[in-house]
Write a protein that binds this ligand. Sequence first.
Ligand code: NDP
Length: 342
Amino acid sequence: MLTGETILVTGCTGFIAKHIVVELVRRGATVRGTLRDPSRAIQIHRILRNEGLPIEGFSSVTTDLREDAGWADAVRGCRFVMHTASPFPAYQPRSKFALVPAARGGTVRVLEGAENAGVERVVLTSSIASIYYGHDESPRRVFGEGDWSRVESDSISPYAVSKTEAERAAWNVLEGSATQLVAINPSLVFGPLLDARPGTSASLIRLMMGGRLPAFPRMGFGVVDVRDVAQAHVAALTVPDAAGRRFVLNGGNLTLSDIVAILTETYPDLARRLPRREVPDGLIRFAARLSSRVRMLAAELGPAKQLDAGPARSVLGLSFRSPEEAVRSLADSLFREGLVRR
Ligand code: NDP
C-alpha cells in the first residue's frame, strides 16, 4: 500500500520517529526525514542497515521548527506527512510558554506547507499531554478523544502547554482543508531503543537502573510501547475512517513502584541500585508551595489517569503490548546500547 510513496517524517532523529522510519521503509515507502543536524543522517542509515533495510529508502532535509526555511522543499512531492518533531526536554523550562514557539510555530509551518503542497493526509504526533492536564476531577474520569488540557491551569507543565497549543493549531490550520489530519496521542512511550540516543522518555528508567534515583514519588501514568506507537502512525496514514480523529494510545497504567518491581524481578542483580523508598506526598505538596517545578510534579501524584484507547483498537486495528513488556524491552536495550552498565 505504501510502496512507491514518498513520506515526510519531521524530526526523524527522535526516539519515536526512528521506529516510524524503519516501519515505513519496511513497507516499501521512501522516507524524507527532516533533521536539524545534517551529520545525523548517518545514524538513520546505520539503523536501517541494522534492520536489513535499504538505505536508499531514506533521504534527509535540514530544517528547524523555529524557522521558515526549508519546509516548502521538504513537503514537495509527498502524499503523506508524519509530523513528529517537537521539543521534549528532559527538564522543564521556567517559562510556561517557552516551548510554544517551536512546538506551535513549527506545527503551523509544517501543516501550512503540507496544505500548499497538496498533501493528502498529515499524521501529527500529539500526546496525552494535550488531553488530560489541568482537570481536577475524580480519578474515575476517563479521558479520551474529546478532552483537552487546560493551558490556563496552574499545574500544567510548559511541555503540556506546548503540546496542547500545537495540536489546537494543527486542527485550526487544516479546518475545512482538503488535507486531512489525524492526531496520535500516546501516553508515556517506553519500548526498545534503536540506537544509543534514548530521548527523554527513557530517562526515568535509565536513572533508576543507574542507581541515580534514591526514592520515588507515589504516582502512576499510562505507558505504551514505541513499536505500537509506530504501528499506529502507519495505520493512521491509510485507514480511511481515521481522518479527523484523535487517537489516545495506552497499553496500560503503571505506578513507579510497579516499575521498580518489574525491574527487580527481571534483573535481580540490579536490585541494590533501584530505589526502595517512596517520597511522602506531604513533602512534595509542601515543596510545591515554594517551587513551580515541584507544583507540576505534585499534580502528577496519585493514581494514573484513566484513558480510553478503544478507538485506536477499533479504528486503527492496534493491539497493545503490555506496559510490562514496554519497560522490559526498554531496560534490555539500555543495557545493549551500553547506556546502563551491569
Ligand atoms: P525525542 O526528543 O527523541 O524527539 C524529538 C524530535 O523533535 C527530535 O528529532 C528533535 O530533533 C526534534 N526537535 C525538537 N526541537 C526541534 C526544533 N526546534 N526543530 C526541529 N526539530 C526539533 O522525543 P520523542 O521521540 O519521544 O518524541 C517525538 C514526539 O512524540 C514529540 O512530538 C513528543 O512530544 C511526542 N510524544 C512523546 C512521548 C514519549 O513519551 N516519548 C509521549 C507522547 C508524545 P533533535 O534530534 O535535533 O533534537
